[in-house]
Design a protein around this ligand. Structure first.
Ligand SMILES: [Zn+2]
Length: 340
């Protein structure tokens, strides 16, 4: 663990006779760099012992032998931060400023975005940091900080009136405590997720074939995704909590000539299809070739041979027919092939 030191002037010299035996977790409501800058600025009159970045970097701002200005309590019963308002018995009983006996850790984050949930790197860094703090406190003061929620706490437990959301409801206290106790992280029971009905349009042993199918679907306006399941690349369109919605999509696909079926199998996402040669779409401006098998215009008149096999530009699209710019004629859609 690499701790960068950048000491802040905002601190008590010493701990007024107290030994630190409580670690308090906070959220910065801003960036790592911003927090370090603010908490070392004399104007802020605030500090913390440590700041942990989302990527796991750690900066120390106050020595463990000094009190930081992070979660002070007041002895004035009229104060919003009166120690008697704390939800922690220890804080209420000590009847003094909690900054004297706490070690504070700020965590980069914005409560409204994460509710205090640490990133994986941040969680790992915080666990290592708390191990370090406990070993240093033992070395310097000869005391063990207990591993429990009365001694590894959130700011909200000390100042519930002014800091109810510090660090936030999603902060991983349980994971931290389990890790410090050397327990395996709690195996999260998978949430019972609602069944999703997925419409599957082909399963392929070769990825490129799945991509080709995805490209065809895309040309018809369908959004697809590819999953791997049972060793096959499966092209799926949509995931619906209502079976009826999946059936509606399946019918639409069948109407466009795609064989499909409904599955509840999720598979492992295999990323977006690589669509290198998108299938040309019939649209205004597209180039189309009149098939040699074409016989009549949509008006019923005979198509002369010189028109067949040549390429024209679509000027307008009608119901089952396209107006070709160069010959100013409506040709049945089934008699043209999109070439670009
Ligand atoms: Zn706080």
């Amino acid at each position: 663990m690499n701790i960068i030191k950048k000491l802040s002037p905002n601190k008590y010299n010493g701990r007024n006779g107290w030994k630190p035996d409580m670690i308090v977790c906070h959220i910065t409501e801003g960036s790592y760099e911003g927090a370090i800058s603010w908490l070392t600025n004399p104007a802020s009159k605030a500090s913390a012992h440590f700041v942990v970045a989302k990527d796991g970097r750690i900066t120390q701002l106050v020595e463990l032998t000094d009190g930081s200005w992070c979660n002070g309590t007041s002895t004035d019963p009229n104060s919003k931060v009166y120690y008697g308002k704390s939800t922690l018995k220890t804080v209420r009983e000590r009847k003094t400023n909690a900054n004297y006996y706490t070690v504070s850790i700020e965590h980069e984050g914005i409560w409204a975005q994460s509710k205090g949930k640490l990133t994986d790197a941040q969680l790992a860094a915080t666990i290592e940091l708390i191990k370090y703090i406990r070993s240093e406190v033992k070395r310097i003061y000869g005391i063990e900080i207990p591993i429990d929620r009365e001694h590894i706490v959130g700011h909200y437990q000390i100042n519930p009136v002014t800091k109810p959301n510090c660090p936030g409801s999603e902060f991983q206290f349980d994971a931290i405590i389990a890790a410090l106790k050397g327990e395996n992280p709690t195996v999260q029971q998978p949430e019972s997720k609602p069944t999703l009905y997925r419409v599957q349009v082909g399963a392929y042993s070769i990825r490129a074939n799945a991509d080709a199918q995805a490209a065809k679907l895309k040309s018809k306006g369908y959004d697809t995704y590819i999953v791997i399941a049972g060793g096959l690349y499966k092209v799926q369109v949509g995931a619906y909590s209502q079976k009826a919605n999946a059936e509606a999509m399946a019918n639409r696909l069948k109407g466009d000539g795609f064989n499909c079926f409904i599955t509840t199998e999720a598979g492992t996402p295999a990323g977006n299809a690589t669509i290198t040669n998108p299938v040309p779409i019939l649209k205004v401006g597209a180039k189309v070739k009149v098939k040699n098998t074409a016989t009549k215009y949509s008006t019923g008149q005979t198509i002369p041979n010189w028109v067949k096999g040549n390429t024209y530009t679509v000027q307008q699209i009608g119901d089952g027919k396209v107006l070709l710019k160069e010959i100013v004629s409506w040709v049945n859609t089934s008699d043209v092939e999109v070439v670009g």
